[in-house]
Design a protein around this ligand. Structure first.
Ligand SMILES: [Fe+2]
Length: 250
């Protein structure tokens, strides 16, 4: 077995300030705890945790629960915001170790870029010119061989009209940066509350289910699926292979 870095991605936790409250009938605090318990049982040990947005449901008090859940983590916890997040509230609670907000990191010969795809006052996403420039700069100046990009919003259509109205509005510009960087092996996101696995020009494209409720795939109107909470593991191999799979918390 080659040397590889083990990442676990948890996304769209949608925590509320009151951990006994529910969101459309789901106690998002309890489903997060169940998801983490599953990961501890089946995936431990791992090297890095990714939290890819919508950590709270429009409630900055929820970040205290994220902090107390992960603050004793022995591995770095890299976070980025989603459309239901508040970057200021996030940075207040999730700025000290083990937390890292946005930025990028290197592990072995891999570069992982945590990208901000949020658009103010919108459920849809957009990657600002500054973020695109930061991404291009990292890909061209950081010493690495392989790269993974994490963000909140989906950069490709999900065959679901309502969801595709709240994806990234400038995917062409995003993919133009990727097309100019041969090191990119994968792109991973949240937001869509469902599993997705695709490919574009040799780059693996991965959508990850939420730690709370899922959306029904490939329907034009919003609908809640009966799928359980989920998360994703990613193994970044030294020679550039990227193994990844979604795990469902039954
Ligand atoms: Fe979202």
């Amino acid at each position: 077995m080659s040397i590889h870095t083990r990442l676990l991605q948890f996304t769209d936790c949608h925590l509320l300030g009151d951990s006994s409250s529910t969101l459309r009938g789901t106690n998002t605090w309890q489903t997060l705890q169940a998801t983490l318990a599953h990961a501890s049982t089946h995936q431990a040990p791992w090297d890095i945790t990714l939290l890819t947005g919508d950590l709270v449901q429009d409630d900055v008090l929820g970040y205290r629960h994220i902090r107390r859940t992960f603050e004793t983590s022995q591995v770095p916890v890299h976070c980025l915001p989603g459309n239901h997040d508040d970057l200021k509230g996030m940075s207040q609670q999730l700025s000290a170790a083990p937390f890292h907000l946005l930025g990028s990191f290197c592990r072995e010969n891999w570069l992982v870029v945590m990208l901000n795809s949020c658009l103010a006052h919108s459920a849809a996403g957009s990657i600002s010119r500054a973020e695109l420039a930061r991404l291009a700069d990292l890909l061209h100046t950081t010493h690495h061989e392989h790269a993974l990009i994490a963000l909140h919003h989906h950069p490709v259509p999900m065959s679901s009209q309502w969801l595709d109205e709240v994806g990234i509005d400038n995917s062409e510009a995003f993919f133009a940066v990727l097309d100019a960087a041969p090191s990119v092996r994968g792109v991973v996101w949240g937001h869509v509350h469902q599993a997705f696995d695709g490919e574009r020009h040799g780059v693996r494209l991965m959508g990850t289910p939420s730690t709370c409720a899922q959306f029904t795939p490939r329907v034009d109107d919003f609908a809640i699926d009966s799928k359980p909470p989920g998360y994703r593991w990613l193994h970044l191999h030294e020679e550039g292979a990227l193994d990844s799979q979604v795990e469902w918390v039954f």
